[in-house]
Design a protein around this ligand. Structure first.
Ligand code: KDG
Ligand code: MG
Length: 408
């Protein structure tokens, strides 16, 4: 079996999904995702200019060797652009492998450890009252776990995950309106004084059975994060996400000394070398890597196995920027992983998205049910794809009140 061709497509409904399709001489093809949110053209260029020419003529079944070929073969390793490009190839090769075997991927990993995988939704409010309404709507839809973010009185601008207007349940991740990024202003002190009362209000309203999650988006310093975690521990979050800057694997030590709150981190990690100390020192409870940003199924499976040795569970990233292809890859890992925790889920289910990426994967009552189709169980409709093209978008850039640049 040989790879004969591979093509890259960028676009989607209000998104710049980067989709790779690898063709073989036996007519079987595989699909993969390289959507590096708001930098989509870069992994696409890496694929087109360097990686695809090396794939032609290779046996697609040797996915491990091909992964090593690209990773070790690049003298300058790791980083989000490379790892997203490798991820797309890796997903497509696993898709081909599953189709050759006639089996869904979870069977190739070791079969199912569960029928449905718990997912969480994003509730957001321009203010607390608006957030309460948003949580109530998700609860009615059957979600058992909900992430909560809300506008903070006195915060100079809107911030990460916060709806700009009342009732707007959109998740703000890409701004398509300008030629350069918008700027937001952040104040950790204002946030730390307000958020504990907001969580108290949510527990008063919804009780303690609903699983609540909260994302700090890397904004606090290690000491601040420790103080904050200690204070909100009583509200029993399912997890506190990214309390500290992710570049520093020691940043969570202080928090761990002061609080038993469950910690989740990892959506910006690209390799096992970004999180091995966090896992081995048991500084986290959930690892948030994404199959797309962290080198594909081959590499993420290694991270999941290392995490399992240290009682760290999975909580893969699943922001709206992830295409149904990467969500399918994660669904198969979620069905298999003995140390599965939860899956962030916001992608499938819009008509346009389902038409572009047809699949039998199902989400119902806050649980995700993986498809039994061979391979990834998701297709890519190239005719449908002609409706879309690339549009440049940005994450905001964040500054403190005095102008100091801060973490988005
Ligand atoms: O592209 C950036 C987003 O994926 C990220 O900001 C979303 O923090 C995020 C989350 O938890 O989904
Ligand atoms: Mg996050």
């Amino acid at each position: 079996m040989k790879i004969t061709d591979a093509t890259v497509f960028i676009g989607g409904p209000d998104k710049n999904y980067v989709t790779l399709k690898i063709m073989t001489d036996e007519g079987i093809y595989g699909v993969g995702d390289a959507t590096l949110n708001n930098r989509e053209t870069l992994p696409a260029a890496y694929l087109k200019e360097y990686l695809i020419p090396c794939l032609i003529g290779k046996d697609p079944r040797n996915s491990e060797d091909l992964w090593q070929y690209f990773y070790r073969g690049a003298y300058f390793r790791r980083g989000p652009i490379s790892m997203a490009a490798f991820a797309a190839i890796d997903m497509a090769l696993w898709d081909i492998k599953g189709k050759v075997a006639g089996l869904p991927l979870y069977q190739l990993f070791g079969g199912k450890s569960r029928e449905g995988a718990l997912v969480y939704a994003h509730a957001t409010g321009s203010d607390l009252e608006d957030l309460v309404d948003s949580v109530a709507r998700y609860k009615e839809q059957g979600y058992k776990a909900i992430r909560v973010q809300c506008g903070i009185p006195g915060m100079p601008t809107s911030s990460y995950g916060v709806a700009e207007t009342k009732g707007d349940n959109k998740n703000y991740i890409t701004d398509f309106t300008g030629a350069t990024p918008k700027e937001e202003v952040w104040d950790s002190d204002i946030y730390m004084r307000y958020m504990p009362d907001a969580l108290a209000k949510l527990r008063d309203t919804f009780g303690f059975d609903l699983k609540l999650l909260h994302d700090v988006h890397h904004r606090l310093l290690p000491r601040e994060a420790a103080e904050f975690a200690k204070e909100i521990e009583q509200y029993r979050l399912f997890w506190l996400e990214d309390p500290t800057p992710a570049d520093d694997q020691d940043a969570l030590k202080l928090l761990r000394h002061h609080s038993t709150i469950p910690i989740a981190i990892g959506e910006v990690f690209n390799s096992i070398w970004d999180c091995n100390k966090l896992i081995e020192n048991e500084l986290i409870d959930f690892i948030r890597v994404a199959v797309t940003y962290a080198g594909g199924i081959t590499h993420v499976k290694r991270i999941v196995d290392l995490a399992g040795l240290h009682n760290v569970r999975t909580g893969f990233h699943g922001a709206p920027s992830h295409s149904p292809v990467s969500m399918a890859a994660q669904a198969h890992l979620n069905a298999w992983a003995p140390n599965f925790g939860i899956q962030e889920y916001l992608v499938l289910g819009t008509e346009e998205c389902d038409a572009l990426f047809p699949s039998q994967h199902k989400m119902t009552d806050g649980m995700f049910y993986v498809s039994d189709e061979p391979g990834l169980g998701v297709d890519f409709d190239e005719t449908e794809a002609q409706r879309y093209s690339y549009e440049q978008g940005f994450h905001p850039v964040v500054r403190l009140q005095d102008g100091t640049l801060w973490n988005y």
